[in-house]
Every structure is written in C-alpha cells, then in structure tokens.
Design a protein around this ligand. Structure first.
Ligand code: URA
Ligand code: ZN
Length: 366
C-alpha cells in the first residue's frame, strides 16, 4: 500500500462522504424522498433518491446507484490507496437527518450515527487514516447542542457537517446562535455543504438530469446561505466559529466584491456589521473541489491559500467506464490545483498540510 507518510508531502481529503448503515436503514424504510429504492434489476445496486423533486424528473426518477463505495470502509480505503490519499475526514452525505422531527428517536439516531462514524474511524483496518465529522439533529437546537457535547468527546471527530437548512429557517436564524457557540467552544469545524438548491423550477425545456442541480444549484445555495449568515452579524458575535465551505464557497470568491458593494450602498444593512462582508468571508475555509484551475486561482486569490483544502466528494462522481481506473473527478481537482500557478509550498498546503493544521490531525501510524 502506498501512502505518502510525511507531513510535508501528504494528501488529505476533507470532502468525502459515507452513508452509514444506520442511515441507509432509515432511507430504505421511507416512502418519500430522501429514500433508497431496491435495485431496478436483480444483481444491480440499490438506488438513492435524495434531491428535492428528484423523483419527478424523467431521467432522475430512478435515482443513482448506491453500491458498497457508499457504505463500506474497505471501499473508502481502496479508493484512498488508488489515489495516494493518506487521510480522509469523512462525513455523512446529504441530506443528513434534516428532515426528521425533533423527537427522542431522532436524537437517538444522531447519537448512533456519530458513534458509528467514530467506530469506523477507529477500525484497526484503517490504521488511523480516517477522521470524522458528526451529524446533528438540527430540527432541535437544544438536541443539537447536546449532540455537539457528545461529538466533542469522541476522539476522532473533528467537526460537524451541516446543510443550509439550519433548523428550518436558514443559517442566519438567531435561534442557532447557542449551537454556533457550542461548536466554537469545542474548536470544532462546521463543514457547510449544500443539498437543497435554490428553488428554481427543476425542469426547463430540456431534461438536464442531475447535472445542473449539482453543478449550479449546489454552489448557488451555498453562496446565498453564507451571504445571509454573514449579514446576520454572527461572525461579530461568535468570531471563533470555524466554517469550511464546500465547492470552494460556491461562487463567493467571485461575487464577494459585488456583495461588499451592495451592502456598502445599503446603510441599514451595513450598519449591522463591524466590517464589510468579505472581511468575514476571508476568515472561512474553502475546499478545492471546483475542478478547474480558474476556480482554484480565484479562491486562492481571494482567501489566504492556507485556508484551502483538497477534497474529492467520493463516492459521488465515480468513473463511468472501468472500475479500476483512477477517478476523473479526483484527477481534475489535482490538475486544477497543480495548474493554478501557485508556489510549490502553497500547493503542498492545499493538498494536505493545511488540513492537518486546521482539523488538528495526526499522520497515520506507519
Ligand atoms: N451529489 C450529492 O447528492 N451530494 C454530493 O455531495 C455530491 C453529489
Ligand atoms: Zn459533497
């Protein structure tokens, strides 16, 4: 097995998902989206239908195949070996448990998911190559704060993954403040990941399948939710809150100037903040899951590149042909990082060293 094994030259994947067995079990029982359907034909994989209205689109209604790469830790390790990834910081995939009501049963599931994630990261076959991000029962702030306390006590958990839903009213909901405070207090990182899109009609005159929802709906959702969060002034009140934005922050590095300008010209909004919006944006962390050098360059130009980290989005976007091939989705991100014209030391940071520091990770034992 090849891994890089040195802090100086390591590859760390901070955007990589699992559907834990407890979660798949829940999705299999459901009759509404999000849900898992049985295989179309015997011997094929089960199918995942999770995105809003995915069951209504002609080409999306049969979902996406969900095989062992989605839940088997051995597949995660094999994928890491294939691409020389030393460490992965794994997170449950969307839509987490946002859709469950604030009941004891939901709190119990969150607890079980986080213990299951911790156990996966502690499995001896992983040789210390996995860390985890926890899942919160977000329909209850109290329940989520209690779960943050438990997550903070699990040694391999380094943060939580969250969507933009908050507890139903977005990330800028003042009710979430005790949760942000608890997360900051424990020095955990919020990995902010989209799921809901931006409520545009899902179908136009053509069937775009999943492509535009994932390519554009996801980053537009992140862009809007984080802009709202910043305008709420949360980062003046909880300045230590660490937040990592999926997909290089959606379009935020590109649109930050426009957000600054529009806020500056609206004194009622600007007066609620101590600084222009981009001041807060520049304190956030950004993954490098943007696939083109232009996107990497824009992000590295906007934030200090020591705040950027490599990711793969495994097990999504698998190769369509040979199962043995390296994944195009991984290689396009590696090529984009290598081709962005950044100094060698900066590149090494994005590939691994930044993640070791930001998430406080240790190199795996030899
Ligand atoms: N599709 C999803 O549903 N989630 C991801 O994270 C990537 C692709
Ligand atoms: Zn993802």
């Amino acid at each position: 097995r090849y891994i890089n094994m040195t802090q100086d030259k390591c590859l760390v994947d901070i955007h990589t998902h699992v559907y834990l067995p407890e979660y798949l079990e829940l999705l299999r029982k459901r009759e509404q989206v999000p849900r898992v359907l049985p295989p179309l034909e015997e011997g094929q994989d089960e199918r995942l239908i999770i995105l809003p209205d995915e069951d209504k689109g002609e080409s999306t209604k049969n979902g996406r195949p969900v095989g062992p790469a989605y839940y088997d830790v051995r597949e995660k390790l094999a994928f890491m070996d294939k691409h020389n990834i030393d460490i992965s910081v794994i997170s449950l995939a969307n839509p987490w448990i946002d859709f469950l009501p604030p009941t004891e049963e939901t709190f119990d599931l969150a607890r079980r998911l986080n213990v299951s994630m911790e156990n996966m990261c502690q499995d001896p076959i992983t040789h210390g190559r996995l860390y985890g991000l926890g899942t919160l029962p977000l329909s209850s702030v109290e329940g989520s704060v209690a779960e943050v306390e438990r997550i903070a006590a699990l040694p391999r958990m380094k943060g939580v993954i969250m969507g933009t839903w908050g507890c139903g009213k977005g990330l800028d909901d003042p009710a979430l403040e005790p949760l942000y405070e608890a997360i900051a207090k424990h020095n955990l990182v919020i990995f902010l990941h989209p799921h809901y899109g931006v409520n545009l009609p899902t179908s136009g005159n053509m069937d775009a399948g999943h492509s535009l929802a994932l390519a554009l709906g996801f980053p537009f959702e992140t862009t809007y939710a984080i802009a709202r969060l910043i305008l709420s002034g949360i980062f003046d009140r909880v300045p230590d809150l660490k937040m990592l934005l999926a997909h290089s922050g959606g379009t935020l590095p590109f649109l930050a100037g426009r957000i600054d300008s529009c806020v500056a010209h609206d004194p009622a909004v600007a007066s609620k903040l101590n600084h222009p919006p981009s001041y807060y944006l520049k304190k956030l962390y950004f993954d490098a899951v943007i696939y083109h050098a232009t996107g990497v360059k824009a992000t590295a130009d906007f934030v200090d590149p020591s705040q950027m980290m490599f990711g793969t989005d495994h097990p999504f976007f698998p190769p369509l042909e040979s199962k043995d091939a390296r994944w195009m989705s991984v290689d396009s991100n590696l090529t984009a990082i290598a081709g962005a014209g950044l100094d060698e030391e900066i590149v090494k940071g994005i590939l691994g060293r930044n993640a070791l520091k930001i998430f406080n990770l240790e190199m795996p034992s030899k």
